[in-house]
Structures are given as structure tokens and as C-alpha cells.
Design a binder for this molecule. Structure first.
Ligand code: ZN
Length: 290
């Protein structure tokens, strides 16, 4: 687990590291001379409160708006507590609308897991983060965009752009031009809606191509610590290699393991085996639909 204190990423950006214990994503604050924009609202009131309390210790403009990278619960449920104008893509607003009137009791969560609507992982994390008080207030974004939106925070410009991807159709990224930082939300993670997590070759390749358009020095994924340009290149090169191997071996798990191990000249790490499994699942899922 990473410590739960603010860290400085660049001159204009502070961030609270993610916390895997209850699936808290990384939260960030981008400050210009006039405004501070928050990236993601956190997974609960307690998470949002911790973030605001930590931000209070810094001489920056008071947070004036929050942007949501996508509509998954752990990025959204802190928005009510933040009580700020909330920006999101139209797709994200629709995702939040779907959650607004749901019940979050054990019974309701278990039922949705059983029906395949909620992952058991999310259900477990919601129970752990929110404890017994699960009357969760969910607010809708007050400003939406369909493709992109630009914000001037006072000398600091942010481009918010919808990119989609396997993880969530509604995913957006936030690019901070002057600091060359790209916030990716969860867009590069697999689709984890069902019990079988999956990556598709088509979805991964299309997303990686889109992300190449941003000239960034730092890349921020919501459930990891920030990556340098070199680290991000290693990460995306590996995803590209997974795509090639998936195509070559037609999604056959064992054949993909051997091919990747041969390509890298070593035994695979457990995480690499897991990602191969996600790509194999993607092929199987697509095949099953046809
Ligand atoms: Zn997500």
C-alpha cells in the first residue's frame, strides 16, 4: 500500500496515491493561477474528505471543479461530499444515472453479482469502504461534453477527451498541456464487468493508437503510482506484444504463454500470466458472441 499523503507530481499537480485496500483510486489536483481542478472524486465521502483535508495544507487555489475519468463507483462516490461543479463525458453521466437509484445493501449487491451486473470484486470493496452505512448519495455531473473540452485554470490548460477502451466505453483522459502530464483513469485496464476479466486486441490497439497523440512526460493510471515516459513505453510495448501474440496464437492460453516466454527469453511473472489470461478471455468472449 502507498502512503495516504499528498505527493507533488509537477509544479502544478498534487496527488493522493491509490489505496488497494478498498480500491481507492489515485486523486489529483491541477492548479493554475485562478482555479484548481480535481481529477476524480474518490470512492466515498471519507476518501474525498481525506483528499480535501490534505489539499488544505497547500497554498493553492481552492478546488473549484472536479472531472470524472469514467463512471465506475470508486471514481464517483466521493462527488457528493466534494460538492463542486462536476464535469464528465455524456457517457459517464449516463453510467452514473444508472447507479443513482440502486440500493447498496448486502442483499442488493449480492443479487447484482449473481445476475452478473456487478463484479464480486466491486461489491466486496464497496462493503469494505462504506461499512454498514450504505445509503450512498450519488450526484450527477453538472457539465458534460461528447468528445472533448478545454479548461483554462489560469496559465494551465487542460484538455479532457473521451477515448473509450475495453475497461469502460465512457473513459476520458485529462491532458495537462504545460506540465505534459496525461491522466488515463482506468482506460488501460481490462474490462472487469463480468467474473472473467478481459482485454480485446481490437480495443487495446485502438486505444494505444489514440494515446500516442499526446506528448506527455508523465502518465497517471488511477490504480498505480505515476509512470515516467520510459516506464509507460515499457508498459504499452508489452500490451502491444500481448496483442500480437493473441492474434498469432488465436487466443489459446497455453500457446500464448509459451510464445511470450520465448519472446522475452524467461519464465513469465504471475502478472504477465494473468494478463495473457485476460487477452485469452477477450478472444473467447468475442468468439462466444458470434
Ligand atoms: Zn474503472
Amino acid at each position: 500500500m502507498f502512503d495516504q499523503q499528498l505527493h507533488r507530481l509537477t509544479e502544478h499537480i498534487l496527488y493522493l496515491p491509490p489505496d488497494a485496500d478498498t480500491d481507492r483510486p489515485l486523486l489529483a489536483a491541477i492548479s493554475g493561477e485562478k482555479h484548481t481542478l480535481l481529477v476524480d472524486a474518490g470512492n466515498s465521502s471519507a476518501h474525498a474528505e481525506l483528499f480535501l483535508r490534505e489539499l488544505d495544507k497547500y497554498p493553492i487555489a481552492k478546488p473549484s471543479q472536479v472531472v470524472l475519468t469514467h463512471g465506475h463507483w470508486e471514481h464517483v462516490f466521493g462527488a457528493y461530499y466534494l460538492n463542486l461543479p462536476c464535469i464528465a463525458s455524456e457517457g459517464t453521466k449516463q453510467e452514473i444515472e444508472k447507479m443513482q437509484h440502486l440500493s447498496w445493501t448486502d442483499e442488493a449487491l449480492n443479487q447484482r453479482v449473481k445476475a452478473g451486473i456487478e463484479s464480486s470484486f466491486s461489491a466486496e470493496m464497496i462493503k469494505k469502504e462504506w461499512g454498514d452505512n450504505r445509503k450512498i448519495p450519488i450526484i450527477l455531473p453538472s457539465m458534460t461534453f461528447s468528445e472533448r473540452m478545454e479548461l483554462d485554470l489560469g496559465g494551465i490548460h487542460c484538455l479532457i477527451e473521451h477515448v473509450g477502451g475495453d475497461h469502460a466505453d465512457d473513459s476520458s483522459v485529462v491532458y495537462v498541456k504545460e506540465d505534459k502530464v496525461l491522466f488515463l483513469g482506468d482506460c488501460l485496464y481490462p474490462d472487469y464487468k463480468g467474473e472473467q476479466w478481459r482485454y480485446t486486441v481490437e480495443g487495446t490497439q485502438a486505444l494505444l493508437k489514440r494515446l500516442e497523440n499526446y506528448d506527455a512526460d508523465l502518465y497517471v493510471l488511477s490504480h498505480d503510482i505515476p509512470l515516467s515516459k520510459t516506464q509507460f513505453r515499457i508498459y504499452t510495448d508489452l500490451l502491444k506484444l500481448f496483442c500480437q501474440i493473441t492474434l498469432k496464437m488465436h487466443g489459446e492460453f497455453e500457446a500464448m504463454i509459451s510464445a511470450l516466454s520465448k519472446e522475452l527469453g524467461r519464465r513469465l511473472e504471475p502478472l504477465e500470466r494473468l494478463v495473457i489470461r485476460y487477452f485469452a478471455n477477450g478472444v473467447e468472449t468475442v468468439g462466444a458472441r458470434v
